[in-house]
Design a protein. Structure first.
Length: 239
C-alpha cells in the first residue's frame, strides 16, 4: 500500500505537466486560422537555402499582405548562383514585378513586367505561410492555380520542446507535409516550426526533404504582425 501512496503524487505531477503542454496540432491550426482571418500580415524574413548540389544561397526581404489579393514582396540576395533583387506589387487587380538578376561575371538582366495576379493569391499565401514558409510561397505564386489548399496534407504533429530565440520564448513543433495522392514518400517534407509563445505567430521555420532541387530551407522572421494598419500606397503599382 505504501508504494501506491508514493506513486500517486508522482502520477499527479506527471499528469499536471502533460496537461500544461500545448497540443502541437492545435497550435499549428490556431496559427493558420489567425493568418487566414487577418486583414493584414507583415513580416521580415531571412531565408537560407541549400540546393541538391549542396550549394547554399541567402535571401532576405519583407512580405506585406493586404485585403483580398493585395500584396507587396521585396527580396534581395544570392539565389541559384545569381545575385538577385526584386519587388513584386499587387493592387488586387494588376501585379507588377521588377528588379534584376546577375550571374557571376555577367551583365544585369533587368525585369519589369505587369500582369494579372494569380486569382486568390492573398488567401493562398496566408494559408501556406505557417505550413511552408515565405520562400516557398514566393517560389510557387505563379503555380497558385494548380496548388489548391487541400493538395498538401500536414500530419504527424509533435511538440519537441521550448526554445528562446532572442527575447522571444517559443514552442517548437514538428510535422510532415505530403502531397495528396502520392503513393510514396519522395515528396514528403519534414518541417520544424518555432511559434511565439505569446502571439502564436512564426518566429522560425526549417524545412528538409521533398523531390525538388532544393533540399533545405531555414527561415527566421522579424516583426511578424497581423492586423496592423498598412499604408495603401504600399500596394500601388509604380509607374
Amino acid at each position: 500500500m505504501r508504494w501506491l501512496l508514493t506513486l500517486a503524487p508522482l502520477a499527479l505531477v506527471a499528469w499536471s505537466v502533460a496537461a500544461q503542454e500545448p497540443d502541437a496540432e492545435k497550435l499549428f491550426r490556431q496559427t493558420q486560422k489567425k493568418l487566414d482571418a487577418a486583414k493584414t500580415v507583415q513580416v521580415r524574413f531571412d531565408a537560407r537555402i541549400t540546393g541538391a548540389d549542396a550549394k547554399k544561397w541567402h535571401l532576405k526581404g519583407s512580405l506585406i499582405l493586404g485585403e483580398g489579393d493585395q500584396m507587396r514582396a521585396e527580396a534581395e540576395g544570392m539565389l541559384f548562383g545569381e545575385e538577385s533583387k526584386f519587388t513584386l506589387v499587387s493592387d488586387g487587380t494588376n501585379m507588377k514585378s521588377f528588379g534584376y538578376t546577375k550571374a557571376s561575371g555577367g551583365p544585369k538582366q533587368d525585369k519589369n513586367e505587369t500582369e494579372k495576379p494569380p486569382k486568390g493569391i492573398g488567401p493562398f499565401v496566408r494559408e501556406a505561410l505557417p505550413r511552408h514558409g515565405v520562400f516557398w510561397c514566393l517560389l510557387n505564386m505563379n503555380r497558385r492555380s494548380d496548388r489548391p489548399a487541400d493538395l498538401f496534407q500536414a500530419s504527424a504533429f509533435k511538440l519537441v520542446g521550448q526554445e528562446k530565440i532572442g527575447e522571444r520564448s517559443t514552442h517548437v513543433i514538428q510535422y510532415a507535409v505530403k502531397t495528396k495522392g502520392k503513393g510514396n514518400d519522395t515528396n514528403k517534407l519534414s518541417i520544424q516550426l518555432w511559434l511565439d509563445a505569446q502571439t502564436e505567430l512564426p518566429v522560425k521555420l526549417a524545412m528538409t526533404g521533398g523531390g525538388s532541387d532544393i533540399t533545405d530551407i531555414s527561415e527566421t522572421y522579424g516583426d511578424f504582425t497581423i492586423d496592423a494598419k498598412v499604408d495603401a500606397r504600399r500596394f500601388a503599382l509604380p509607374k
